[in-house]
Design a protein around this ligand. Structure first.
Ligand SMILES: O=C([O-])CC(=O)C(=O)O
Ligand SMILES: [Mg+2]
Length: 226
């Protein structure tokens, strides 16, 4: 039986929104190098950087009916996460669905399949991370789960989790750990800013992080003047 869960507990909106400026690389590091979706999900709008709550949508191969069902469940701040039940490269989503998604407050689309109308999606500034681009159309025949946990590009995503996406890719942060991960990511960003200033002034990373120099010899690196 396919289900739509109409009672999803989402990560608090401002908490989810705070991840965008930290970025995927920092967030992924801050949660112990976990949560990264497979890099086959390519950013289709260079420069787009978003974070928000996952609106999850399972789709059968070649069938986008459930995306229409998912749009009804949208709340402002959501990011639509679509994963096919078996691999499919068809163009599930284009400018019409993006127009409706935008009107519903959806900030972007993560899809482990194809999208189409890409020129218009770019002109609309509707951010998309997809496995491929394909004009191949889809049908509306088979139901599947909406707002249920799913695996998208190798990561388990629960509805209401935080999704962070930018030019580096896509990362998921579980709802329960979101505030801890945000704190760790902010601390990491602050530490990087400190290093950035030292590097800009000419200091070497080997001296800024002293073990980088002291451990070289222990690991067997010898400087020679041959
Ligand atoms: O309608 C579809 O099946 C997908 C599409 O092209 C659109 O959303 O514009
Ligand atoms: Mg279209």
């Amino acid at each position: 039986m396919a289900r739509v869960n109409t009672n999803v507990v989402r990560t608090e909106r401002s908490l989810a929104a705070a991840f965008a400026e930290l970025g995927v690389a920092t967030v992924h590091e801050a949660q112990g190098r976990s949560g990264l979706l497979h890099h086959r999900l390519t950013p289709r709008n260079p420069g787009a950087a978003v974070s928000g709550t996952a609106l999850t949508c399972e789709v059968p191969p070649g069938d986008n009916w459930m995306i229409h069902v998912a749009l009804e469940q949208a709340q402002p701040g959501d990011i639509l996460v679509v994963s096919p039940t078996s691999p499919c490269d068809d163009g599930y989503f284009g400018d019409l669905l993006a127009t409706s998604a935008t009107a519903r407050g959806i900030q972007g689309l993560i899809i482990d399949a194809g999208v189409r109308d890409i020129r218009i999606l770019r002109a609309m500034n509707f951010p998309v991370w997809s496995k491929t681009i394909s004009a191949h159309g889809t049908v509306k025949e088979t139901v599947a789960d909406v707002q249920a946990p799913l695996v998208c590009a190798g990561q388990l995503i629960h509805p209401g989790d935080v999704i962070v996406a930018d030019d580096d890719g896509v990362c998921v942060v579980g709802r329960a750990s979101a505030s801890t991960v945000l704190e760790a990511a902010q601390a990491r960003a602050d530490a990087e800013e400190h290093k950035r200033r030292l590097y800009a002034s000419g200091r070497l990373s080997l001296d800024v992080s002293p073990h980088l120099r002291s451990d070289l010899e222990r690991k067997g690196l010898h400087y020679v003047s041959a």
